[in-house]
Structures are given as C-alpha cells and as structure tokens.
Design a protein around this ligand. Structure first.
Ligand SMILES: NC(=O)c1ccc[n+]([C@@H]2O[C@H](COP(=O)([O-])OP(=O)(O)OC[C@H]3O[C@@H](n4cnc5c(N)ncnc54)[C@H](OP(=O)(O)O)[C@@H]3O)[C@@H](O)[C@H]2O)c1
Length: 358
C-alpha cells in the first residue's frame, strides 16, 4: 500500500482528504483447519485447484474421482494423491473424504453436487453454481436437509483485495454508490468441441466468464431491482457476448459485459458521490486497487500481497466454516448464489439462450 496521497482543498471539504485504503483482514490460507478433499472431475481447473492447495495451504487432497479409471490414476500420480476412483459414486462414498470439490462442466454441477450431498459430504461447487436457479435451489435445499456445507467456488470473493473493497464500502468512504462497471472477455478460438461453445455442456460466455462481473455487482450493490441484457450468439447457439445493465431500488446502475470474442480489460470500478475505486484487470484475481477522489486525484493504491495461489483462499474459507460447524459462508451466502443464478436466468431469457435438457 502506498501512502503518497495528494491532499487538496476539494478533497478536504469532501472528507476524503488523507483517505487511505484499509489493510485486508484476510487470514493466511495456511492457518485454516486441514480437511481431506476429494476432487471430482479432473480437468483443467481441478488440476490448478489441486496444485494450489498443495502449494499454498495445509489442506489434503486424499482422493480423485473421474468417469474413467485411467484418467483418475493419471491425475492421482501427477499430484501424489492416495486414492483414484474410476467412478464419481465411489469418490463420494469414500469415508476419508470430508469435502468434495465439483469441477465438472456447468451442465453437470447439479447432478454431481447432489451425489456428494446425498452421500453426506460437504461440497464446494465450481462457478457458475448450476445451469439455472431451479437447480441451485434444489441443491441448497438438499444440503440444508442433509446438514452439509455447500458453497459456490466464486474464488474472487475470498481474495485480499476484495476484503479491501468490502471495508471501503462499509466505511462509506465512497459516499453514495451510483455506478459499478465490470467486464470479463476472453478471445476463444471457435471450437464446437470445446465446452464453452457446447450447448449440451451449458457453455457460453455468461456462465463461465459473465458470472464474475454479475457476482461482483451483486456484492457491491446488493439485490438488483431490474436486469436488462442484449447479446450475440456463437455459431453453436450459446451466448458469445452479453452486455447487461442492472439497477437497484435506490437507482444505482451496474454496467457489465462478457464476451468470448475479444480480450477485454477485465477491470472493474465503483463510483460514488465522494470517491471511486478502480480495480485493475483481471479484477477477479489478485488485483491492484486505486482510490480516486472527486477531482480525479489519486488518494491511495492497494497492491495485493501476491498474485498466485488465488484459489487457496476459497478452500481456506470452506475449511474455516466447516471447522466452526457452519454450513455456509457469509462471504458467499447461498441466498446470494441463488439470486445470482436468477439474474443469469434473466439474462439468458433476454438473449433467448436455453440449454438442452433444462
Ligand atoms: N475458478 C476458475 O478460475 C475456473 C477456471 C476455469 C474453469 N472453471 C470452472 O470449472 C469447471 C470445469 O471447467 P474446466 O475448464 O476445468 O473443464 P474441463 O477441463 O473440460 O474439465 C471438466 C472435467 O469434467 C469431467 N466431466 C464430467 N462430465 C463431463 C461431460 N459431460 N463432458 C465433459 N467433461 C465432463 C471430465 O473429467 P472426467 O471425465 O475425467 O471425470 C472433465 O475433465 C466449470 O464450471 C468452469 O466454469 C473455473
């Protein structure tokens, strides 16, 4: 955090003179109680998650489950995991596993998370939580009934710079928040075989990338009063790009974009009557934040402690909650996950995108 902050008369009159960004209160991921994790669906992000846990936390990955015994064994050998299961059903029945990390495509989150819940395991489910709100609601009900912990793996929520944002919002430093912007665009080569383009895997920009700006706006603004979207489809019929405007009851706006067609800045901002925050891209990973006054003067900068290991914070949060006997996280509450799924459903209605089998 830098302390070089120009003080000017307008800022003084404004009450922002000398304003500094608070230090994050985020505990070290290494301090969380250690759980035994079972990784379900060993694809790209499962590998990254496992590597991150092993490098940055005291969590233990004790088992992996794949639809294919050979793939499970290869993943287990790669990461030194004790048990490889060739069926997801065997993974969730493994009594050594405290918590299952569901890392399958969006289309399968409901079925796979439900399998783990019914076996009495705690569950961390990759984003987007499910295909739609109906599936999300059923998972939440089932987890509450079974008394197991359940959380959407919206890893951004648990990062130190987001705790800085939460504290600034809580302090009222920005004044009344009027406008939130956030975007997440990546340029993906058109490939009908890739899950992002596949309707049957609930592909598209929105559930994969757009969920980050939507979740960010939800965290900052609270529940939305309205959601309006326009979009462009890919050659496979899923959403390739969406621009979304959300409003709140108090008249604040969120202006959000997601696309598979271009690499966008992936930055975010929160503008209030007294000051604004600008979060560098990618805002959803460890990012730098600037606090800027009403006259565009730089008041302070927060530089994240480190850039790697971002997924360790969500695992640590799950472990802390479970260690304390809590069935959900206050930082990513299930009611908000459900609200976010309802917003994504609304956007898809505007875009006229549905997935086979919904
Ligand atoms: N947090 C992040 O930064 C981040 C980044 C990327 C992706 N994600 C999320 O992680 C999830 C998975 O993404 P990914 O990129 O890791 O996908 P991926 O590389 O395609 O891996 C998905 C895995 O799911 C399993 N699977 C189960 N049913 C399947 C089906 N019907 N078709 C294909 N695979 C199936 C496969 O493993 P087996 O067949 O071996 O069981 C496959 O390896 C998505 O929810 C995505 O949004 C999160």
């Amino acid at each position: 955090m830098t302390q070089d902050r120009p003080v000017d008369a307008d800022a003084a009159a404004d009450g922002t003179a000398g304003a500094v960004l608070p230090a994050p209160r985020t505990p070290s991921p290494r301090e969380a109680p250690a759980l035994n994790w079972g990784v379900m669906a060993p694809g790209g992000i499962a590998a990254h998650f496992t590597e991150t846990l092993q490098k940055h936390t005291g969590q233990q990955v004790v088992a992996v489950g794949s639809r294919d015994a050979g793939r499970a064994r290869a993943f287990a050998d790669r990461f030194g995991i004790a048990t490889a299961h060739g069926r997801y059903a065997d993974l969730v029945e493994n009594d050594e596993v405290d918590i299952v990390y569901v890392a399958s495509p969006h289309s399968a989150h409901f079925e796979h998370a439900m399998q783990a819940i019914e076996a009495g395991r705690h569950v961390l489910v990759e984003k987007a939580f499910t295909r739609n709100a109906r599936e999300a609601e059923q998972l939440i009900d089932a987890a509450r009934e079974r008394g197991v912990f359940l959380m959407e793996a919206m890893w951004t929520r648990f990062l130190p710079h987001i705790d800085v944002v939460r504290q600034v919002l809580g302090s009222g430093l920005l004044g009344e928040v009027h406008t939130v912007t956030a975007d997440h665009g990546q340029q993906m080569d058109p490939d009908p075989a890739h899950r992002l383009f596949a309707p049957e895997l609930a592909g598209g920009a929105l559930l994969d990338l757009g969920v980050y700006p939507v979740s960010f706006a939800s965290m900052v603004l609270g529940p939305f009063a309205s959601v309006t979207a326009v979009g462009t489809k890919t050659f496979t019929g899923v959403d390739g790009q969406a621009s979304i405007v959300v409003t709140t009851g108090s008249g604040a706006h969120g202006v959000l974009n997601t696309t598979l067609f271009a690499r966008t800045p992936t930055s975010a901002s929160i503008s209030g009557s007294r000051a604004r925050l600008e979060i560098d891209g990618p805002f959803y990973g460890a990012a730098r934040i600037r606090l800027i006054g009403r006259d565009n003067e730089l008041l302070d900068t927060f530089v994240p402690p480190r850039r790697d290991g971002g997924m360790s914070y969500q695992a640590a949060e799950a472990a802390r909650c479970i260690g304390a006997g809590r069935l959900e996280s206050d930082l990513m509450p299930l009611a908000e996950t459900l609200d976010i799924m309802r917003v994504l459903d609304g956007v898809r209605r505007d875009l006229e995108v549905t997935f086979p089998g919904e």
